[in-house]
Write a protein that binds this ligand. Structure first.
Ligand code: ADP
Ligand code: MG
Length: 292
C-alpha cells in the first residue's frame, strides 16, 4: 500500500476506536486466517464476582473470606480482586500476611495469623499434596455453570471452594460471529480449567479452545499455528498474553487491559469491544483495495 492509503486507513480505524501502531499491521490484518482470543478480560469482562462459597471444614464463612481476602490482597489477578471486593462488601477487614507468593497459572500462598494459606486451582492443590478428591465433582459442577472454582486450603486441609463468575461482554457473541463470517478460524486460549473454558466457548460459539494453558505456553500456541501455515492474529489483555501478542502476525490489545499487553501489540482496541477486530480487518481490506 502507498504511505498515503495507509495513513487514510489508520485514520479511519481510529474513528472506530482502533489504534494502529504500525502500517505493516494494517496491511497484514486482512490476511489473518486464525484469530486467537484470550478468555478472561478479552471475551469476558474480566471483572469476576464471587458466586458461591462452599465450606468444607469447620471454619465459618466469615473467617474463610477474611483469610482468603487477606491472601489475595497481595495479588493483582482479576480473580483476586473478586475475593477482596466480596470481603469488603460484607464489611470484613483483611489482616497482614507473611511470605506471600504468587504461583503463575496456579494460584497464591502466604501465611496469616500463623495459618498456612493456599488458594488456587486443582493443579496447585495436587502440587502441594492437599486432599481434594471428595470435592472435585462439586468443583466440576460449578465449572459447568461457566464459573471458575478455586480451592482454598488452611493448614494443608481444604477449607472451602470459592467460585467466581465473569460475565461475557455483551457484544462478544456478535463480534465473534462477524469474524467467523469472514472465514476466520477462532481459537480461545485460557489458563482457566477445561470445563469452565468449554462452557464459555459454547456460549460464544467457539468450537476450538485450549484450556489450562500455562502463561509461557500462549506464545508457543501462536508459533504452532504459524507452523501449520496460519496467519495468526492474537487478542489479549493480560501480562500473560504479552509474549503471544508480540509473536503473532498481528497482535491486538484490549484498551482497558494491562500496559504490557498494549505495548506488545500492534493494534489497540480502545473500546474494549471485539467488534474492533472485524473493523480493523475491514479497514485493512479497504486499504489494500485502494492501491490496486
Ligand atoms: P487466566 O488469566 O487465563 O484465567 P491464569 O494463568 O492467570 O489464567 O490463571 C489460571 C488459573 O490459576 C486460574 O483460573 C485460577 O484457578 C488459578 N489462579 C491464578 N491466579 C490466582 C489467584 N490470585 N488466586 C486464586 N487462583 C488463581
Ligand atoms: Mg486475560
Amino acid at each position: 500500500a502507498t504511505p498515503m492509503s495507509v495513513m487514510v486507513g489508520v485514520g479511519k480505524a481510529a474513528e472506530a476506536g482502533v489504534l494502529i501502531r504500525n502500517g505493516e499491521a494494517l496491511q497484514t490484518a486482512s490476511k489473518i486466517t486464525t484469530m486467537i482470543l484470550d478468555k478472561t478480560g478479552t471475551i469476558t469482562e474480566g471483572e469476576p464476582k464471587v458466586t458461591d462459597v462452599l465450606l468444607t471444614k469447620n471454619y465459618s464463612r466469615k473467617e474463610v473470606l477474611m483469610l482468603a481476602a487477606s491472601l489475595e490482597a497481595g495479588s493483582e489477578h482479576p480473580l483476586a480482586m473478586a475475593i477482596v471486593d466480596s470481603a469488603k462488601a460484607q464489611g470484613i477487614d483483611t489482616k497482614k500476611v507473611d511470605g506471600f507468593r504468587s504461583i503463575a497459572g496456579k494460584g497464591v500462598q502466604a501465611s496469616c495469623e500463623g495459618k498456612a494459606l493456599l488458594f488456587g486451582n486443582e493443579k496447585l492443590m495436587k502440587d502441594k499434596g492437599i486432599v481434594i478428591e471428595q470435592y472435585i465433582e462439586k468443583a466440576q459442577e460449578f465449572a459447568q455453570e461457566a464459573k471458575t472454582p478455586m480451592y482454598f486450603a488452611i493448614n494443608n486441609t481444604l477449607a472451602a471452594i470459592i467460585s467466581v463468575a465473569d460475565p461475557i461482554k455483551s457484544d462478544s457473541i456478535a463480534a465473534i460471529a462477524r469474524l467467523q463470517k469472514n472465514g476466520i478460524r477462532i481459537v480461545m486460549l485460557t489458563g482457566d480449567n477445561r470445563l469452565t473454558a468449554q462452557a464459555i466457548a459454547q456460549k460464544v460459539g467457539i468450537k476450538e479452545f485450549v484450556a489450562e494453558v500455562m502463561p509461557e505456553d500462549k506464545a508457543n500456541k501462536v508459533a504452532e499455528l504459524q507452523e501449520e501455515g496460519e496467519i495468526v492474529g492474537m487478542t489479549g489483555d493480560g501480562i500473560n498474553d504479552a509474549p503471544a501478542l508480540a509473536h503473532a502476525n498481528v497482535g491486538f490489545a484490549i484498551g482497558t487491559g494491562t500496559d504490557v499487553a498494549i505495548e506488545s501489540a500492534d493494534i489497540t482496541l480502545m473500546r474494549g469491544s471485539l467488534h474492533g477486530l472485524a473493523d480493523a480487518i475491514a479497514v485493512s481490506k479497504a486499504t489494500l483495495a485502494n492501491i490496486k
